[in-house]
Design a protein around this ligand. Structure first.
Ligand SMILES: [Zn+2]
Ligand SMILES: [Zn+2]
Length: 305
């Protein structure tokens, strides 16, 4: 088949998706920023995503090139013209807001300020980060220190249109955030807690012991999430199936329907009216072409009743 024909078809499909939202849901994936932050928008738009997550810097380095005014403008313009309706950023993996190492703690706090500012410059309204690992200092002291670190960052980065979004974790090692109560206690100790939101990763819920595949387990999870933290603060769901069993405290992402959450778990998530307005963002393995993302999105949409 002639090459031009297939290109045309792809283009046509992308445009069609744009005017035909994904059954009213905001859906997409974590997208690579290789070549520049605005390139992520091109990739997301090509696949008709309505939601995306990005890293605003290399996620395994402390330092970062500043975001130029030109890049920020290009990013905002492209976003407005794209299929996207929602964006969020995931922080660097190096940040630990309750590190026992003084130098790491100081770097983490500065990094949080910097990443909040980078989001603000790009117009990305949420910076998602893991609460932190307490090392040996214990849960209570760890939670207090995370809140202190966030207060420290908020004081140095005031008046930004970016929320500090705590991610629920699987609870590996001494990681905090594997109980809704952990998130609530941090939010409670943050002075300007209007700036606080949260995100749940379904694979992390599974690792932390929530059985989303089971009707009772599912109901208990959503009710507890609402009672303890409050669904009004939930800004996104990281939609990942889990390679690890319920309660494993481990975090290994699997394609939708192929893991321990399975088709039944995602059917509940996709049809839950309480989550109707919450964007779902995939963080599942994929190649450069991102066809796995298309397949996972199709798998989610197929479950909508
Ligand atoms: Zn994460
Ligand atoms: Zn996640």
């Amino acid at each position: 088949m002639a090459k031009s024909t297939s290109t045309k078809t792809t283009k046509k499909r992308a445009t069609a998706k744009k005017t035909e939202p994904m059954k009213g849901r905001l859906l997409g994936a974590h997208v690579s920023t290789a070549g520049g932050a605005d390139k992520a928008i091109d990739r997301a738009d090509e696949h008709g995503f309505t939601a995306m997550q990005i890293f605003t810097k290399n996620n395994n380095r402390w330092d970062a090139k500043p975001i130029t005014d030109e890049l920020a403008e290009r990013f905002r313009e492209k976003f407005a013209d794209s299929s996207l309706r929602f964006s969020m950023a995931h922080s660097s993996y190096l940040i630990n807001l309750c590190s026992e190492n003084k130098e790491t703690l100081a770097k983490s706090r500065r990094s949080l300020v910097e990443e909040l500012e980078r989001c603000d410059k790009l117009g990305v309204p949420h910076l998602n980060f893991h609460p932190g690992s307490h090392g040996g200092r214990g849960i209570d002291a760890g939670l207090r220190l995370v809140a202190d670190s966030i207060n420290w960052a908020h004081e140095r980065a005031p008046d930004l249109d970016v929320t500090s979004c705590l991610e629920f974790t699987a609870g590996h090692g001494t990681a905090l955030g594997y109980r809704f109560e952990h998130l609530a206690r941090i939010i409670d100790k943050v002075e300007d807690n209007q700036r606080m939101t949260f995100c749940v990763d379904t694979a992390h819920l599974c690792g932390a012991g929530h059985n989303l595949a089971h009707s009772l387990g599912y109901e208990k999870t959503i009710e507890e999430m609402d009672e303890v933290v409050g669904l009004k603060r939930l800004v996104a769901v990281h939609a990942n199936d889990s390679k690890m069993e319920v309660g494993s405290r481990r975090d290994r992402h699997e394609h939708i329907g192929k893991g321990y959450i399975g088709v039944e778990g995602f059917r509940r998530l996709m049809n839950d009216k309480r989550l109707w307005d919450v964007p779902f963002v995939l963080e599942t393995p994929k190649g450069e072409e991102m066809k796995e993302d298309d397949e996972n999105i199709a798998a989610l949409l197929k479950l909508v009743k």
